[in-house]
Design a protein. Structure first.
Length: 113
C-alpha cells in the first residue's frame, strides 16, 4: 500500500458528496465567504460548516477569517495524490485491456482457421 492511502481515503470521502463537489466547483472560480457558499445549497449554516470541515480536513480548501466573515479558497494541489493514484490505475487497466484484446483477437483468428 502506498504511504498516502489515508490521504486518498480523505480525498475520496470529501469528493463523494455532491454538495461538497458543488462547493469546490464554486471555489474553482475564486475564494468565497461561507454565506455565499451556503446560499445555493438550501442547507442550514451548521450543515454547510460540517461540509466545509470535511473539505478542509482533506486539505482541499483553506479558510481564513476577517472579522465575522470566514472565507474559503480551494487548494488545487491537494488533488495530486488522487490524480497520481488514478493515473496508476489507468495504466494498469489499459494494460489488462490490451492483453484481453490481444487474446480475443488470437481466439478469433484461431476460429477462422
Amino acid at each position: 500500500m502506498a504511504k498516502h492511502d489515508a490521504d486518498l481515503s480523505d480525498l475520496f470521502h470529501a469528493l463523494a458528496d455532491p454538495t461538497r463537489r458543488a462547493i469546490l466547483t464554486r471555489l474553482a472560480q475564486g475564494p468565497a465567504p461561507v454565506s455565499e457558499l451556503a446560499e445555493p445549497t438550501g442547507l442550514r449554516l451548521p450543515t454547510v460548516m460540517r461540509h466545509l470541515a470535511v473539505l478542509e480536513e482533506a486539505g482541499l480548501i483553506a479558510t481564513s477569517k476577517d472579522g465575522r466573515v470566514r472565507t474559503c479558497a480551494i487548494v488545487p494541489e491537494a488533488l495530486m495524490p488522487m490524480r497520481t493514484w488514478l493515473d496508476e490505475q489507468r495504466v494498469i487497466w489499459e494494460s489488462r485491456l490490451d492483453r484481453l484484446d490481444d487474446y480475443v483477437k488470437k481466439v478469433m483468428k484461431e476460429r477462422e482457421t
